[in-house]
Design a protein around this ligand. Structure first.
Ligand code: ANZ
Ligand code: ZN
Length: 825
């Protein structure tokens, strides 16, 4: 082509690449016929809602730098793509249009696939999968049943998060500040029978296994996971409660401060815990029931807020403090949560502000047991003290001054008396995975009146979703599947009697917890994945995706991987060796949204500037983890740069294969330094600087052609060839065209990373002499191009010069760069 026409370039090269299929994983040979070393590059797979948007363009442009760089470095790369295609967006859209969610879903997938292809991400399309394909969810169901066999999937009745708008339950991780993660409705609680994964069994391992990720995962994500898992060391303490009917029941509390047990003056039970209803005295029952109506509407965040007025109900019974023997009143309140710890606490108002506020509101006693130096007595000030101090009013603990020693001593005493024990508590809850919606993987369980819960036998998987043509998918609180009678009513696989299928479907986060295993061979029939291929390719070397998945998807995937390990299917315990979180693409300082009207359409942007300019802009905008404000970047500038790069290729007049060693040394040094730097910059994830260095190479080459060694010099060819390889990581169409103009066959994507000659990286230096009163006091190695000012400041800062001056005032400095500095005192 004689002009730089982006549309023509895209149309020219796409079919060529499709024919060459250069990014097919597993076909690359290494040296001497050995297999090439393998690397797995993963980008978080998209939901098929609408076409791709600017966010997809950003994350995949960044991700593709890794993948394409590895190809150039000689690796065999697995870079797959697929769709997370079950879930509420599809179902809600389908309800609006009154059609099967599959129609909308697969139409959007086609649109997005076409856009990804135009966008020229180096995906291996033969790995494509969709989680809503029966071929995929057969194995989601299989895994569910394996988890169930291991006691890791179970059903229980409990108060669960309920979104009144979506009419479905939510996992704790899907409740954000008390609101539904999807629709923003205030989440309430409902008592329901639901399926759970026992992720809590893995809490400690999920914490411990983060250690090796310290340098390769963003610290923010690790901190969020640690906080979410929420490990607290403390103790279980048993209290005997005398009930109204004369019997006694033993209630255990969890506390992180067992050492304050002598200061426990009352007990508080979560108002919505079963325990409250079990122990309440008859005359207080009505009051508790009335109170509960309000509590059920509150979010956990509100309940735990420290600044709220304290409310509660006296349950009319008393508990015995196991160390003081005192009778303590027992209350029900909302500030204690039913599903944390044991759902009951010992209240130590002197040293816990929420307990103190409650004591003040209800007129309950306060007793100080730690005298904190310099702090006033909370019994008088109503300010709880939490610091270290001397134990008082605490029996055998009195006089101790060390909190750890106090905790150790009381736990020893409790254990000796059989009244409690040291324990660890986690904030992490089991993962609620069942959903009362249609568009998900059916839970492969049959409920039989005689046999109970019966797993669907392996050879009957997948349990395929029924065709609900004309059925009402509108959320009603029970799964729409319940209406598919022919589908629901089945023979029990065990006894052959009449039985019913489970009508719930799985949370889509189950689908996405293992998709990166399925990519290894999406059509594998022998299991969810081919273990042999897992050994070859996994774990994932680099994962790229949004920080919004810090505790949901990433925690769940880590859990799944550990279970697969325990099942003996893999020999590693962490799925993602390295993680990168890209920033957000915003516009005019704010997130793009319909309501703000500041959205930028990806398709139109590509139509205007071309794929390469958009990709280059995404990578060049700043460090990968920083937000990109589209109002501050210049795709037009990117386009201009690409044009300059393309023009260079047309100016090269030497033939392919010329001996570059005879080329202009100055330009060669620039080329080799840029390539060496680019390698470092990619490894340290400073992709934007790598692009900036490529721009410098283009400028230096232009100068060499126009006013230096001239276009025929072999160094010019070397520079432009290196530039093509560097450009291939971000601007594949332009890079391919340049490569062709230089007389090479496609594809530049596999041309190989240029070899750096270390001899060309050595900077020339000259020796500058520093004199004081004409006597030589120092010699400095400096670049020949150093300026007078630079040389003067170097000389004045030199330790030998400073010593020789010995504080004398300098009258005059004469500089003759790069050779001489003369200081007159
Ligand atoms: C007595 C005590 C004395 C406490 C003291 C604290 C300070 P973390 O660190 O978050 O695990 N707690 C226990 N279960 C609770 C529940 N279901 N709802 C609300 N609060 C609960 O917090 C543990 C502490 O939170 C426990 O230690 C308990 O109060 C409270 F000077 O027990 B503590
Ligand atoms: Zn049966």
């Amino acid at each position: 082509q004689t002009t730089y026409d982006v549309v023509a370039l895209q149309e020219k090269w796409r079919p060529v690449w499709e024919r060459l299929d250069p990014f097919r994983a597993g076909r690359r040979e290494g040296a001497q016929g050995n297999p090439a070393p393998k690397r797995y590059a993963l980008t978080m797979f998209p939901y098929p809602s609408g076409d791709l948007h600017m966010g997809h363009a950003e994350v995949t442009a960044l991700h593709d730098v890794f993948a394409r760089y590895w190809w150039q470095k000689g690796y065999d790369v697995l870079n797959p793509i697929g769709w997370d295609s079950f879930g509420l967006p599809a179902e809600n859209a389908a309800i609006k249009r009154d059609e099967n969610p599959a129609v909308w879903t697969y139409a959007n997938i086609e649109t997005q696939a076409e856009s990804f292809k135009r966008y020229a991400i180096s995906f291996d399309w033969s790995r494509r999968l969709h989680t809503s394909d029966p071929e995929y969810y057969r194995w989601t169901q299989w895994l569910f049943l394996k988890f169930r066999e291991r006691g890791l999937a179970y059903r229980k009745n409990s108060p669960v998060n309920w979104c009144p708008n979506d009419q479905t339950v939510l996992a704790n991780e899907q409740v954000v500040n008390g609101l539904c993660e999807r629709c923003g409705a205030v989440v309430t609680k409902r008592e329901l029978n639901q399926w759970y994964f026992k992720i809590t069994d893995y809490a400690q391992r999920l914490l411990d296994d983060m250690a090796p990720l310290e340098d390769t995962w963003p610290s923010k994500v690790l901190a969020m996971q640690r906080n979410w898992i929420g490990r607290s060391e403390g103790a279980h303490v048993d209290f005997d409660i005398a009930l109204a009917d004369g019997s006694t029941t033993r209630v255990t509390v969890f506390t992180t401060r067992p050492d304050t047990l002598y200061g426990a003056t009352f007990m508080v039970v979560a108002a919505d815990a079963k325990l409250a209803a079990e122990i309440v005295a008859p005359e207080q029952r009505q009051e508790l029931d009335d109170y509960l109506v309000g509590v059920r509407k509150e979010s956990d965040i509100d309940r735990m807020a420290t600044d709220r007025p304290k409310t509660g109900v006296d349950l009319g019974v008393t508990a015995t403090n196991p160390v003081t023997g005192e009778q303590m009143p027992v209350w029900a309140a909302d500030y204690v949560l039913a599903d944390y710890g044991t759902g009951a606490i010992m209240a130590v108002p002197a040293h816990d502000q929420r307990d103190l506020d409650f004591a003040k509101a209800m007129g309950l006693p306060v007793r100080r047991v730690v005298d904190v130096p310099g702090a006033e007595n909370p019994e008088e000030t109503y300010v709880a003290t939490v610091g270290d101090g001397t134990y008082v009013n605490s029996g055998s603990l009195d006089g101790l001054t060390d909190k750890a020693a106090g905790i150790r001593a009381i736990i020893e005493k409790l254990e000796a008396d059989g009244r409690g024990s040291g324990t660890v508590n986690f904030r992490l809850r089991d993962w609620l995975l069942s959903r009362q919606r249609f568009w998900g993987a059916p839970i492969p369980v049959i409920h039989c009146p005689s046999c109970g819960e019966v797993p669907v036998p392996d050879d009957q998987l997948p349990v395929v979703l029924p065709d609900l043509k004309g059925a009402d998918l509108k959320p009603k609180g029970v799964s729409p599947l319940a209406a598919a009678e022919e589908w629901v009513n089945v023979a029990c696989p065990q006894c052959g009697g009449d039985a019913k299928r489970d009508t719930d479907t799985m949370d889509t986060f189950v689908d996405s917890s293992w998709y990166y295993f399925r990519y290894l061979d999406p059509h594998y029939e022998g299991g969810p994945f081919d273990p042999e291929k897992a050994r070859e390719w996994m774990p994932v070397a680099q994962y790229v995706g949004g920080v919004e998945h810090a505790i949901l998807h990433l925690l769940y995937s880590r859990f799944f991987t550990k279970v697969l390990h325990d099942m003996g299917m893999i020999d590693f315990v962490e799925p993602f060796t390295a993680l990168m979180n890209q920033g957000e693409v915003i516009n005019e300082g704010r997130g793009m949204s319909k309501s703000l009207g500041n959205g930028v359409d990806l398709g139109e942007t590509i139509d205007e500037f071309g794929v390469d300019a958009v990709r280059l802009t995404m990578v060049f905008a700043g460090p990968p983890e920083a937000d990109i404000d589209w109002a501050d970047v210049s795709p037009a500038g990117s386009l201009k740069f690409l044009q300059r790069a393309w023009r260079l290729a047309g100016d090269v007049t030497s033939e392919p294969g010329v001996d570059v060693a005879t080329g202009d040394v100055e330009l060669r040094k620039v080329t080799h330094k840029v390539v060496a730097d680019a390698e470092q910059l990619i490894e340290s994830q400073r992709f934007n600087v790598m692009v900036a260095r490529t721009m410098e190479l283009v400028n230096a080459t232009r100068k060499a052609i126009d006013s230096g060694c001239g276009p025929a010099d072999p160094a010019v060819r070397e520079a432009v060839e290196a530039m093509a390889v560097l450009l291939s990581l971000v601007a594949p169409y332009t890079a391919e065209e340049v490569w062709e103009r230089l007389g090479h066959e496609p594809t530049v994507a596999l041309a190989g990373w240029p070899t750096v000659d270390p001899a060309l990286l050595v900077e020339d230096t000259v020796t500058a002499v520093v004199q004081i009163q004409g006597k030589v006091k120092a010699r400095l190695d400096v670049a020949p191009s150093i300026t007078d000012a630079e040389l003067e400041s170097l000389a004045m800062a030199d330790a030998g010069v400073v010593r020789a001056l010995d504080g004398r005032a300098v009258r005059k400095v004469i500089v003759r760069a790069p050779k001489l500095v003369n200081i007159v005192v």
